[in-house]
Design a protein around this ligand. Structure first.
Ligand code: FAD
Length: 461
């Protein structure tokens, strides 16, 4: 008899584990309190990228002339239609996942699950028994204890996705990935955006040089970034909201029609019954071992709820890993997890940053290829940005950082190189198509050993 597996949470961690397990012959039950697809499909990755596309099209429409196209009318973003398009994209994907689950034979129960024992959960008043349990309950927006956050107009990313009109002025508290993505989207639509960040810089974890190059582009887009500021209070000021804060030189204030709170996310561990069976949690979520198993044998925790990456593809990879582990296989999971930031232009990165290498006192080489020298990028009118490659002293690729059009797609060649431990010499024999953005990656890698043809290299004597 195969083991009975219950999965709590139908996001990219939970639904992937469920489908994979059923495909391997298990009978799984997936319990979801809201909609399958989780945060990612419903209020995260997908809706934001649908809005990003609308913003990108609007940006392009505003520079038709630069492509030699005359246009005498005006282009305007229409909040209702943009929202509707986003909803269509989301609903299409959610119903696709519903179909995948049903054709794999996964039993889906809608309701809030609570663990009641080492082999049981309760949902909709009914007790279900399991041999193995996968907790994939994700994370929620963290709302810091700022006075006035309860004011109307102070929103999280979930509410802002359903914007009824494009705000004239938007204040974003938190300059991490989510905050900066919303900044780029709304600034494209014409909103005056102010980003407030408590740390000395935005986008922590992203290569410092990339962030430095992004800054003037943000300014050009009417995005003001204020760093090292601590927000103290948000007060109503007529139709506006006033954000009061402490800066390095004293008190400051900015105002907006709406205030987005994007100050990080916290694992969904409350009301789950973890204490019922003694499942240990730490600062960032449920504590797991290398197999994503909790301290209780047979109970796993994957995705945002274990706080390791807070990325959809990491949650899915863990879902597949755990499914195979339950099946008694010997799965492997990649060491490198790429990250993308959908600002204008896109940023994508994998592996070490220079800052990390310096902190660890490790020696390295870097090479950069500017997109302004790439034929495809220039033809596209997207010459802004670069591909930066970092290697160890043996020219083994250990980090790739890209800013530019389609960075989120381009990063995968860098990911493969990092994951497979490729060197500049391994890459040398790989012929890249012309004209493509991928040539910029190739040239950057070749630059590690001074062998790039399309950039000025020091001449060997
Ligand atoms: P979730 O997707 O959070 O799913 C957890 C599910 O569990 C939810 O559906 C929830 O309803 C359910 N649940 C919780 N508790 C219970 C319970 N007790 N009983 C039953 N069900 C329960 N990541 C990327 O990789 N790329 C992006 O571009 C990206 N953009 C983002 C944009 C925004 C605005 C946000 C907020 C996030 C974004 N993320 C992105 C992060 C990504 O959404 C998450 O990393 C991913 O959704 C985590 O997947 P998960 O399966 O761990 O959890």
């Amino acid at each position: 008899m195969t083991e009975k597996v219950i999965i709590i949470g139908g996001g990219p961690g939970g639904y992937v584990a469920a489908i994979r397990l059923n495909n391997m012959g298990f009978q799984t039950t997936l319990i979801e309190k809201n909609k399958v697809g989780g945060v990612c499909l419903n209020v995260g990755c997908i809706p934001t990228k649908a809005l990003y596309k609308s913003a990108e099209v609007f940006n392009q429409a505003n520079k038709l002339e630069s492509y030699g196209i005359d246009f005498e009318g005006t282009v305007r973003p229409n909040a209702d239609k943009i929202r509707e398009r986003k909803n269509v994209v989301v609903n299409t994907l959610v119903s696709g996942i519903e179909k995948l689950l049903s054709s794999a034979g996964v039993e889906v129960i809608f309701g809030e699950a609570r663990i009641t024992g080492k082999n049981s959960v309760m949902v909709n008043g009914e007790t279900l028994h399991f041999d193995r349990l996968i907790i994939a309950t994700g994370s929620s927006s963290f709302i810091p204890p700022i006075k006035g956050v309860e004011n109307e107009g102070v929103v999280t990313s979930t509410e802002l996705l359903d914007f009824k009109e494009i705000p004239e002025e938007l204040v974003i508290v938190g300059g991490g990935v989510i905050g900066m993505e919303f900044a780029g989207i709304f600034a494209s639509f014409g909103t005056k955006v102010t980003v407030l960040e408590a740390l000395p810089g935005i986008l922590p974890g992203i290569d410092g040089e990339i962030v430095k190059r992004l800054k003037p582009l943000l300014k050009k887009k009417n995005i003001e970034v204020m760093t090292s500021v601590m927000v103290k209070e948000i007060v109503k000021d007529g139709d506006k909201l006033k954000v009061l804060m402490d800066g390095k030189k004293g008190s400051l204030e900015v105002s907006g029609d709406q205030v987005l709170i994007s100050t990080g996310r916290r694992a969904n561990v409350k009301n789950l019954g973890l204490e019922e069976v003694g499942i240990e949690t730490g600062r960032t979520g449920i504590i797991v071992n290398g197999h994503f198993m909790t301290n209780i044998d047979g109970i796993y925790a994957i995705g945002d709820v274990n706080g390791k990456w807070l990325l959809a593809h990491a949650a899915s990879a863990q879902g597949e890993y755990v499914a195979e582990h339950i099946a008694g296989e010997h799965p492997v999971i990649g060491k490198f997890v790429p990250g993308c930031v959908f600002v204008f232009p896109e940023i994508a990165s994998v592996g070490y940053t220079e800052e990390q290498l310096k902190a660890e006192n490790l020696e390295y080489h870097t090479s950069k290829f500017l997109l302004g020298a790439n034929g495809k990028a220039l033809s596209m009118g997207e010459g802004e940005g670069l591909v930066k490659v970092i290697s160890d002293l043996n020219h083994k690729i250990i980090g790739v950082h890209i800013m530019g059009a389609h960075a989120s797609d381009l990063i995968h060649e860098g990911l493969l190189a990092c994951e497979k431990g490729m060197t500049a010499d391994d890459m040398k024999s790989v012929i890249h198509a012309h004209p493509t953005l991928a040539e910029a990656f190739f040239e950057s890698v070749m630059g590690l050993k001074g062998e790039a043809v399309h950039m000025v290299q020091p001449r060997r004597s």
